[in-house]
Design a protein around this ligand. Structure first.
Ligand code: PMP
Length: 356
């Protein structure tokens, strides 16, 4: 007899909705926190030369040593901290979750935050505890400490700045979380390039702290490269779960040379920060819109009917992200990635027309 998925697949997986990625064909793409700028021409030439020279018949360097050296020096990873690479930081979240997935173990994160923390906890059979942010999307430090004491999570994930709110949680609240947690605390700095604040320098002061970064928002989303830095005693264990050769040779070669030129990528990030300020003011000036200040490369805003506004903006050829229904605190919320000034202007015109 033919078997049904229900007979074989874990019930929590059957209950999941697949992560949906919208089809962006022909649209201005402001849905996925990508850098809107292509790589400068000289760096493209560099990348194509590296592609030409790559030994595609050989497996990649399993330890990515060349890349490791460049990341350590150019991204100011402290001496004494180790680095582990992932195929995007998504993979690192998964490796950490798999490593701690003992029966009954818990992952805790503030909510709303990056949906992968909850999804990957489910993939790995972990309990997940979401602790609501305050109404203005700040960290509720009292509630975080209370729930950490109650559930003793194996890992606390904190996106800093937070996705999708753009908030940079305050240092005092984070200090309380770090103090209260007896398990790992992972500070996910995916949006670091737009925030100007980091916990990398704190690594040696907090033995259970891990700091995660990605190149995805720096203009290199296609390479799929993230890393986590922290005490060797943790990363040596997590590394056992990493599949061999998870970082392909093209990514290793290109990322190493481009990170040597990280100043050039940061110039683009600076342009995005300037454009973010202009976009925020334009949104804040619209009486029908409530926008939240952002330290990342996107802005969260609320309208009276998110689905209708989202669809109308889409009909104007602009794809943003509808967050309505993803979390109760995100009712009628939309998230727009900061694009080029021209893309932002097209988006604002589409939004104005959609609200009319
Ligand atoms: N962390 C946060 C907070 C994110 O928003 C994202 C991407 N949306 C990621 C991690 C994953 O990034 P990547 O896998 O591209 O490195």
């Amino acid at each position: 007899m033919a078997l049904d998925p229900q007979d074989l697949i874990r019930p929590e997986i059957l209950a999941l909705k697949a992560y949906h990625v919208a089809d962006p064909s022909g649209m201005i793409k402001l849905d996925a926190m990508e850098n809107p700028y292509p790589l400068p021409e000289d760096l493209r030439k560099l990348a194509s030369g590296l592609t030409h020279d790559a030994a595609l018949n050989r497996y990649p360097d399993p330890q990515a040593e060349g890349l490791r050296h460049v990341i350590r020096t150019r991204m100011a990873v402290p001496e004494g901290a180790q680095i582990l690479f992932g195929n995007g930081s998504d993979e690192i979240i998964q490796l950490i979750a798999m490593a701690v997935a003992r029966p009954g173990a818990t992952i805790l994160a503030p909510e709303p935050s990056f949906v992968m923390y909850r999804m990957i906890a489910t993939f790995c059979g972990l309990h997940y505890v979401g602790v609501p942010l305050t109404e203005d999307f700040a960290l509720d430090a009292d509630e975080m400490v209370l729930r950490i004491e109650q559930h003793d999570p194996a890992v606390v994930f904190i996106a800093y700045p937070n996705n999708p709110t753009g908030t940079l949680f305050d240092a005092e609240s984070l200090a309380r979380v770090l103090h209260a947690a007896s398990g790992l605390v992972v500070i996910d700095e995916a949006y670091h390039a737009f925030a100007g604040s980091s916990y990398l320098g704190e690594l040696l002061r907090h033995p259970n702290l891990l700091v995660m970064r990605t190149l995805s928002k720096l203009g290199l989303a296609a390479l799929r490269l993230g890393f986590v830095a922290g005490a060797p005693k943790w990363l040596e264990q997590i590394d056992k779960l990493r599949l061999p050769y998870n970082i392909n040779s093209l990514t290793q070669a290109i990322a190493a040379r481009l990170v040597e030129n990280v100043d050039r990528l940061n110039e683009q990030a600076d342009a995005i920060v300037t454009a973010r300020g202009q976009l925020f003011h334009a949104l804040a000036d619209m009486p029908e819109v409530r926008a939240w200040p952002s330290h990342a490369n996107f802005i969260l805003f609320r309208v009276s009917d998110a689905l209708r506004t989202f669809e109308r903006i889409k009909r104007h050829g602009v794809l943003i992200k509808n967050l309505h229904g993803s979390h109760p605190m995100l009712d009628n919320c939309l998230r727009v990635t900061v694009g080029t000034p021209a893309e932002n202007a097209t988006f604002l015109n589409a939004l104005r027309a959609s609200l009319a």
